[in-house]
Design a protein around this ligand. Structure first.
Ligand code: URA
Length: 436
C-alpha cells in the first residue's frame, strides 16, 4: 500500500477498505505521510465523502491511534459523562454546562479543542484566564477528577493523536465542513477519552459547519450510530447557529458571559441551551428521571451558587487566577470599543453568524494558520439579536479591538452582517431537534 494510491482512490470516488484507512492513519501519526499528502487526502474526502462504514472505520482508527483512557479506576461505579459541540460562533456552552453537571454530582473529565476556522474553541477561551492551563498530566487529570469532579484538558499528544494532526491541517486547508471528517474527529476523541455517555450539541446554520437541518441531522445520526457501535450511550441535540449564540463572541468576552450565566444573569437563548444540554447530561447518566427533574436540578445548582463555586475551584486547580472568576471585569479587555449603529429603522431578520466569527478571527481572536497566537480580549458583543426592533443609529453590536483601524474595518462588516427589514420577526428557537 502507498499513500498516493489511497489519495487517488478517494479522489476518484472509491470506497476505502478498513486496511487502507488503518494504513493511512498509521502513516499520519508516525509521520511517514507528509502534511501535503494528508492535505490532499482530506480534500479528496471533502469532495467525495465517505460511506457509513468508512466513517466508522476512520473513527475507530483515529480513536485507537493513541492512548484510550479508562477513568473507572478513578471513580469506581460512576457514569462518566461528556458533551461535545460540533462548533459554532459564541459557543461557550461547555464553560457553563460542565460546572453545572459537576455541581449536580456528575463527574466531568473532558478533553476540549482550540478554535477551528470561524468557530471558537473552549481551550482558547479558558486561556484568557491568567495562569489557567490545559496542558496537564494524566496524573493531574485523574487527581482533579477525583477531588473536584471537573477537569477540562487539551487533547494530550497521546489521545487521538491522529485527530490532532488532521484537525490542525483541516483548519488551514478549507476541509473543515465535511460530515465524515467532523463525525470522526468528534467521536474519536469522545471514544478515546473514555466517556460512558455523551451528549452531542450539533450546531446548525450559517455559523456552523452544517448549514441545513438535513445536514445537521445526518451528522447527528451518524455520530449517534458510531457511539452506539462502540458501546456508548449518545444523545444529540441539533441547535440554532444561524445567529451567534448568546451575546458575546471572542475569548475573554465569552468567559465573562459564561460566568454571568452561572450567576443566573446570562442571555436568554444561551441560558436555555445550557439548561437543556446540562439536563440531557443528567438524563443520559440516569441522574434524573425526566427533563423536568433534570432542569430543576440545574436551576438549583445555579441558584445556590454551587455551579459557580465548581467553576472557580476548577479554574484554580488548573493554575488559573481565581480572582478573575470573582472579578471577570479584570479579564483581558480590548483598548478600543466601537459601537456599530443600525443604518435604518426596522426589525433584525438575520445576523450572519459566520461573518461575526470571521470578523472575530480577523480582529485577532482566532487563527489564520496553524499555531498563530490569539488576542484574548477582542471580539464582538451583540446588543440586538434576531427579532429585535431597532431604530436608525441605535447600537446593533460593539466591536472590541486592539486598534482603531481594525475596529473600523470590523464595524463596516458587522453592519453588513445584520439584515434589517420592516416586517416584524420572531426570535429564533434555540433547540431545533433531538436525535437519540
Ligand atoms: N469539533 C471537533 O472536535 N472536530 C471537528 O471536526 C469539528 C468540531
Amino acid at each position: 500500500m502507498n499513500p498516493v494510491d489511497i489519495i487517488v482512490k478517494k479522489r476518484d470516488g472509491g470506497e476505502l477498505s478498513k486496511e487502507e484507512i488503518d494504513f493511512f492513519i498509521d502513516g499520519v501519526v508516525s509521520g511517514a505521510i507528509p502534511d501535503y499528502q494528508i492535505a490532499a487526502w482530506l480534500m479528496a474526502v471533502y469532495f467525495r465523502g465517505m460511506t457509513d462504514r468508512e466513517t466508522t472505520d476512520l473513527t475507530l482508527a483515529m480513536a485507537a491511534s493513541g492512548d484510550q483512557l479508562d477513568l473507572h479506576d478513578v471513580l469506581p461505579g460512576a457514569v462518566i459523562v461528556d458533551k461535545h459541540s460540533s462548533g459554532g460562533v459564541g459557543d461557550k456552552t461547555t464553560l457553563a454546562v460542565a460546572p453545572i453537571a459537576a455541581a449536580c454530582g456528575l463527574p466531568v473529565g473532558k478533553m476540549s479543542g482550540r478554535g477551528l476556522s470561524f468557530s471558537g474553541g473552549t481551550i482558547d477561551k479558558l486561556e484568557s484566564i491568567r495562569g489557567w492551563t490545559a496542558e496537564i498530566s494524566q496524573e493531574h487529570f485523574r487527581r482533579q477528577l477525583r477531588s473536584i469532579g471537573l477537569v477540562i484538558a487539551a487533547q494530550t499528544a497521546n489521545l487521538a493523536p491522529a485527530d490532532k494532526i488532521l484537525y490542525a491541517l483541516r483548519d488551514v486547508t478549507g476541509t473543515v465542513p465535511s460530515l465524515p471528517l467532523i463525525a470522526a474527529s468528534i467521536m474519536s476523541k469522545k471514544l478515546a477519552a473514555g466517556a460512558d455517555a455523551i451528549v452531542l450539541d450539533v450546531k446548525c446554520g450559517r455559523g456552523a459547519f452544517m448549514e441545513t437541518l438535513d445536514d445537521a441531522r445526518a451528522l447527528a445520526q451518524r455520530m449517534v450510530a458510531i457511539g452506539r457501535l462502540a458501546g456508548r450511550k449518545v444523545t444529540a441535540l441539533i441547535t440554532q447557529m444561524q445567529q451567534p449564540l448568546g451575546l458575546a463572541v471572542g475569548n475573554a468576552l465569552e468567559v465573562k458571559e459564561a460566568i454571568a450565566t452561572l450567576h443566573n444573569a446570562g442571555p436568554a437563548d444561551f441560558h436555555e441551551l445550557v439548561e437543556t444540554v446540562a439536563g440531557e447530561m443528567l438524563l443520559i447518566a440516569g441522574a434524573a428521571e425526566d427533563m423536568n427533574q433534570a432542569r430543576a436540578a440545574v436551576r438549583k445548582v445555579i441558584a445556590d451558587g454551587s455551579a459557580f463555586e465548581k467553576f472557580r475551584a476548577f479554574v484554580a486547580a488548573q493554575g488559573g487566577d481565581a480572582s478573575l472568576v470573582d472579578h471577570p471585569e479584570r479579564l483581558p479587555t480590548a483598548p478600543v470599543q466601537l459601537p456599530v449603529p443600525a443604518p435604518v429603522d426596522g426589525y433584525v431578520h438575520a445576523i450572519d453568524a459566520r461573518e461575526v466569527g470571521l470578523v472575530t478571527v480577523d480582529l485577532g481572536g482566532g487563527r489564520h494558520k496553524k499555531g498563530d497566537p490569539i488576542d484574548p480580549a477582542v471580539g464582538v458583543v451583540l446588543s440586538a439579536k434576531v427579532g429585535a426592533k431597532v431604530q436608525s443609529g441605535e447600537t446593533l453590536c460593539t466591536v472590541h479591538a486592539a486598534t482603531e483601524q481594525s475596529a473600523t474595518a470590523a464595524a463596516k462588516r458587522l453592519q453588513a452582517a445584520y439584515a434589517i427589514a420592516d416586517a416584524p420577526m420572531r426570535p429564533l428557537e434555540i433547540v431545533l431537534d433531538r436525535v437519540a
